[in-house]
Every structure is written in structure tokens, then in C-alpha cells.
Design a protein around this ligand. Structure first.
Ligand code: ADP
Ligand code: ZN
Length: 613
């Protein structure tokens, strides 16, 4: 039978046997059929969208070995471990193996014993005339294919040579996969890889399981408090805190460690050994939190990152989306939080202005700002950025959950604008808040601002709220920031209309959350993932059972020196703790458990579950 004529039932059976899933996600089946037919394919799917199965299933169904090009050793390792843990013969050929390992792998390749061989681009080029010639290759998969594009954010020069694949192996189909959606990158991939009339599959970039929230105008102290409350609501759950500077990653990590939270730092100026260690500790749940600059993440395939916090505003929606995308790859509900402050905006504006591409970078920053300031569904803004239109509000962002309420804020705005006017528009936001609050700070007394009529006129409004209102006023266009004049604030003509009472100002009510400081609240977990559960299952989760399952998973993972999420995903654990299977058969019916894991782990898990039913 020709591979393209393989009936759906066989495809589904293979999916169930090896991966434990009952159905394909949108596009997966079409993509797989296309490759089975031997045609070139380009797949654009968001992180967590399910790209791997698109080439792993054809690899299982076609004769020979699939050669998968992957840019990072950590990614290869993760994929190979995941495949082997599902009973698929897979290996990785790279510089971290020793000679004996590589010799054994080469032999396995030549004897056709592997279904998938992961390889770095350098090794692939080096082996194109040797090992690859001696193998029966079923397909080439180019993972993280945007690395081939100079325009992309992760350009890897070694990828540029992959064009020779089609010249040397014209009969082997190529599937290129990436989560980078923009058009230039897409065209570049096709050109560089010399894809032959490829079909392009673009899936939705929506990630409905990621909740979205923004906190506006918080200063360091409130950020700290908010982060601690946030982590308290995610006890023991892995998360990443992205910071703008290296020093910030250090100070946030220290703050967490003082509170007894296992946290590590990751940034570009650490030695590569220390970076690997941080990444490894995170993958294996030895640390709960990584405080990182943007450098962290490309090598992370950890499926149970449950939350991402942005301590600072990112410079573009692309970076932001890629970073929050590291949460919830397993499809389980995951939370994201962004802190938006004027200080960050000022700094990023400066960076963008000084960058070689001022206009583009300012434009990107403005789109990011638009997201942070949104008073409509935030997901709509994200999706529209990626060229998709959503036809409904998401219900899983802070704007949807708590639509902003407005009040007549004319007097508040007038107080702020009047203080700016009386100081001859020679102050930035810090001094402005000092004047409004009546703080005798050095900058205030230096200039004699304590004698202004507005000094202390806004004492009744807490400083944190002033920062929030000032961001709102900036957004409403009541003043501008003179970036080239020490970031002093300049009143606009609409600002003057309000100052002189010619028109009124509507501000958004600031909501203060109850801190989760008591023990009960700390124990409170994210809501049960009702939507994710298959029909007919009770959605009442037994928390004690879940914890016990998690511990059993940890023990088994440690015994095999594997990350816990490779043994079983968080999603599978939740399904186990809600549906509580007590026979091996029932255990094997759980989505995400294939034949191999059923046989390997079934007994121990059902014995544990039996104690709880
Ligand atoms: P990507 O490479 O696109 O980031 P992955 O291939 O790692 O995403 O898939 C993300 C998650 O979705 C994995 O846990 C994977 O097992 C799961 N997944 C993929 N396809 C399916 C499917 N058809 N049904 C259920 N889960 C799936
Ligand atoms: Zn929404």
C-alpha cells in the first residue's frame, strides 16, 4: 500500500498506540497525509500547537529513518527522551555524545533500526556525503525552521547550508516547522531550503489555555507582593519570571529564595555551564522558578510550565507571545501576568530610538503598549497582531473577566496637570508623585517645590495609584513625555482643556486585590480545568490524590533520571485524578497514555489510585 493511501483508522491507531491520543488536532491529519504522499510541507503552528506529531507520525508510518534537524542539544534530548518513553526507537547524533554512543547510533542508522534520528545542522552537513548516504531516509524534518532566516530572531548560520538537502536527496520530502509566523521568514524558509512547491499549513495562533493579565503602574514593592501572592496560588508549580536586566533577575531570585521558594537565575553573562545547570534544574523540578532575561527559553520544551510573569514590559508583541508561549504546552490552564510601568516604557523608548531601526522598533513598542493599555479583550489584540480576527471575546483575560469601570476623574487629572504646570513642565513622573503626595524628597527640596500650591494636594491618593493614573493620562493624551529632555512631562492641548475646566476626564477605577496571605488562600489552586476534561468525566478533582500521583511520578522520574513531565504530563495526572481508573485497561484509555506507558506504569498508578476510591 502506498503511504498516502493509508486509511485514517491506521493513522489513528498509530497515534493511540504510541502517543495515547484518540484524535488529531486541526491540520495534523492533512499535514501528515501530505508528507506521507512525499510532498514538501511548511508548518506554522504556535508553541504547544502539536508540531512534533506532524513529522513523528509519518516517520512511524513510512519505511526508513526520519532525519530531524534541531538547533539545540537540549531540544533534541527532550524529544528523544519523550519518544523513547513512548516506545519509539529514536536517537540524537550530536557533539555531546561520546565516541561509543555515536558508533552505536551510526550502526543502528545503517541497519535501519531507528525510526527517528535527531541531528544538529553542523553534523547533518558533515554527514551528508557519508552516514546519510548509507541510510534509508524516510523524510527530513527541519525543526525551528525560522533559524534559517536572517530576518528572524534566532538566526543560525549553520541552517543556511540546509539548501543542499534537496540537491543531494531530491526524492526525500522535507517538512519545515516553526512557530514564527511572519511572511518574510516564511518566504525565506521556502527559498533557503529550496522547497519544491510546498504546501503551507498555518494554524491558529490562539492559545486559549493561557490566561492574560496586566498590572499597571506597580512599583517594586507592589510587584514583589503581587509575585509572592501569585506564586502562593501556584504552589509547587513551575514558572518563569522574565526581567529586563541581569541585575533584576538576580535580585528577584534572591527575594524569592528568602521566602523559601527555590529559584534560579539565567542570563547571557553566566557561564554556559551555569546556564545549563539552571535549565536542567528547572526541567527536572529541582527549582520551581527561573528568573531570566530573554535569553532563556529556546532550549526549553518543558510541557508543565504553569505560569509566566513579565517583571518588565517586553519590547514587542512577538517577544511577549513567544515568552508567554512557554507556559501550558500541555494544553492545561496556565497563567500569565505582565507588569506595565512608565519607567519601562521610557527606557524601552530610549533603546528603540537608539537602535539602528528606530521606526520599526518604536512601532513594535507601540503595539506592545497598546496591548498593555487595552480596555478591550487582550487576546483580540494579540490575535489581530498575528493577522487573525477573533469573532468573540476570550473570557480568559483580565479585561474580559473584569471590564474596566470609569469614573469622573477630572479633579485627579487637574491636580496632576496643575503640579506639572506650576513646576514649569520641568519634572518627570517620580518628582510629580512626590509633589502630589507631599514628600520632602531631595529633588523636591532642591528645587523648592514644597512651596508650590499643589504640594501635597494629592495626599489622599496612594503613590501606586498615582502611577496608574499617570499611565492612564498618558494613554489619554493629556501629557507627553519629552524623551530628549530628561523625560519631563509636557501638557498637551487636550490636557490644557481639562486643566482649565473646559472638558472633563474619565479614568478607569483601580481595583485592589485581596492578598492571598492566609493559609487557606495560599492553598487555593487554579480552578479545575473543566473545559479540558473529556465528556462524561467528573470534574471534581481529588487534590490529595493529585499530590500523591505527582509524588509517584517524581519517584519514577528520578529512578530513570528523566524529567517528570516526560514520564506523564500534568494533563494526564489531572485526568487520572478525576477519572480514577482502577484497571490497566482503563488506565490505557486515558488520553496521552500509549501502549508502552500503559505496560510500564499502569500497575503502580492504579495501585495508588485504588487507595483513594
Ligand atoms: P510544539 O512542538 O508545536 O510546540 P508539541 O508537539 O510539543 O508542540 O505538542 C504540544 C503538546 O500537545 C504535547 O504535549 C503533545 O503531546 C500534545 N499533542 C499533540 N498532538 C496532540 C493530539 N492530537 N491530541 C492531544 N494532544 C496532542
Ligand atoms: Zn479576553
Amino acid at each position: 500500500m502506498l503511504p498516502e493511501n493509508i486509511p485514517l483508522s491506521i493513522m489513528l491507531q498509530t497515534l493511540k498506540t504510541y502517543f495515547g491520543y484518540d484524535s488529531f488536532r486541526p491540520l495534523q491529519e492533512d499535514i501528515i497525509r501530505h508528507i506521507l504522499a512525499g510532498k514538501d510541507t511548511l508548518v506554522l503552528m504556535p508553541t504547544g500547537g502539536g508540531k512534533s506529531i506532524c513529522y513523528q507520525l509519518p516517520a512511524l508510518l513510512r519505511e526508513g529513518t526520519a532525519v530531524v534537524v534541531s538547533p539545540l542539544i537540549s531540544l533534541m534530548k527532550d524529544q528523544v527522551e519523550a519518544l523513547c518513553s513512548n516506545g519509539v526507537a529514536a536517537g540524537a547524533l550530536n557533539s555531546s555524545n561520546d565516541e561509543t554512543e555515536n558508533a552505536a547510533l551510526r550502526r543502528a542508522c545503517m541497519e535501519g533500526k531507528l525510526k527517528l534520528l535527531y541531528i544538529s545542522p553542523e553534523k547533518l552537513i558533515a554527514e551528508a556525503g557519508y552516514l546519510l548516504r548509507d541510510m534509508h531516509i524516510s523524510l527530513f524534518a527541519i525543526d525551528e525552521a525560522h533559524c534559517i532566516s536572517q530576518w528572524g530572531h534566532d538566526f543560525r548560520p549553520e541552517y543556511a547550508q540546509l539548501g543542499l538537502l534537496h540537491q543531494q536527496f531530491p526524492e526525500v520530502p522535507i517538512i519545515a516547522l516553526t512557530a514564527t509566523a511572519d511572511k518574510i521568514t516564511r518566504e525565506d524558509i521556502i527559498k533557503q531550503l529550496q522547497l519544491n512547491q510546498p504546501r503551507i499549513f498555518i494554524s491558529s495562533f490562539d492559545r486559549p489555555n493561557l490566561s492574560l493579565a496586566v498590572k499597571r503602574g506597580y512599583q517594586q514593592k507592589e510587584k514583589t507582593k503581587t509575585i509572592l501572592d501569585f506564586i502562593a496560588r501556584h504552589p509547587g508549580e513551575s514558572g518563569i519570571i522574565y526581567c529586563m536586566s541581569r541585575s533584576k533577575t538576580e535580585s528577584v531570585a534572591q527575594m524569592l529564595q528568602k521566602q523559601g521558594i527555590r529559584a534560579a537565575v539565567y542570563h547571557a553573562s553566566l557561564s554556559s555551564a551555569r546556564r545549563d545547570e539552571a535549565q536542567d534544574d528547572f526541567i527536572n523540578d529541582r527549582v520551581q522558578v527561573v528568573c531570566a532575561t530573554i535569553a532563556f527559553g529556546m532550549g526549553i520544551d518543558k510541557s508543565n510550565v504553569r505560569w509566566v510573569i513579565h517583571y518588565n514590559l517586553p519590547k514587542s508583541i512577538e517577544s511577549f507571545y513567544q515568552e508567554i508561549g512557554r507556559a501550558g504546552r500541555d494544553g492545561m490552564p496556565s497563567d500569565t501576568l505582565l507588569f506595565y510601568s512608565l519607567a519601562d516604557l521610557i527606557l524601552l523608548t530610549k533603546f528603540a530610538t537608539e537602535s539602528g531601526q528606530k521606526n520599526i522598533n518604536i512601532e513594535k513598542l507601540q503595539r506592545m503598549q497598546q496591548y498593555a493599555e487595552a480596555d478591550i479583550c487582550r487576546r483580540r489584540i494579540l490575535l489581530s497582531y498575528f493577522g487573525e480576527t477573533a469573532d468573540h471575546d476570550c473570557g480568559n483575560c483580565d479585561v474580559c473577566k473584569n471590564p474596566p469601570e470609569r469614573f469622573d476623574g477630572t479633579i485627579i487629572v487637574q491636580k496632576a496637570l496643575s503640579a506639572i504646570a506650576r513646576s514649569n513642565q520641568q519634572i518627570g513622573t517620580g518628582v510629580l508623585v512626590d509633589i502630589l503626595r507631599g514628600n520632602m524628597s531631595a529633588e523636591v527640596t532642591d528645587k523648592g517645590y514644597q512651596h508650590l500650591k499643589t504640594f501635597g494636594a494629592g495626599r489622599e491618593v496612594p503613590a501606586r495609584d498615582w502611577h496608574d493614573y499617570l499611565l492612564q493620562m498618558l494613554q489619554l493624551g493629556y501629557f507627553k513625555i519629552a524623551y530628549n529632555e530628561n523625560n519631563h512631562l509636557k501638557i498637551t492641548s487636550i490636557g490644557n482643556d481639562i486643566l482649565f475646566g473646559r472638558t472633563s476626564a474619565q479614568l478607569v477605577v483601580i481595583r485592589h486585590e485581596e492578598p492571598a496571605t492566609n493559609k487557606r488562600a495560599r492553598k487555593q489552586k487554579a480552578p479545575a480545568p473543566v473545559r479540558e476534561l473529556p465528556l462524561g468525566l467528573p470534574n471534581t478533582e481529588n487534590e490529595d490524590l493529585f499530590e500523591a500521583l505527582r509524588q509517584l511520578r517524581k519517584r519514577l522520574a528520578d529512578e530513570e533520571a528523566l524529567p517528570a513531565y516526560i514520564v506523564l504530563s500534568d494533563k494526564v495526572l489531572h485526568l487520572l485524578s478525576t477519572s480514577r481508573p482502577t484497571t490497566i485497561e482503563e488506565f490505557g484509555n486515558i488520553s496521552g497514555i500509549g501502549e508502552y506507558k500503559k505496560k510500564k506504569y499502569g500497575k503502580e498508578f492504579i495501585q495508588l489510585i485504588q487507595k483513594y476510591v
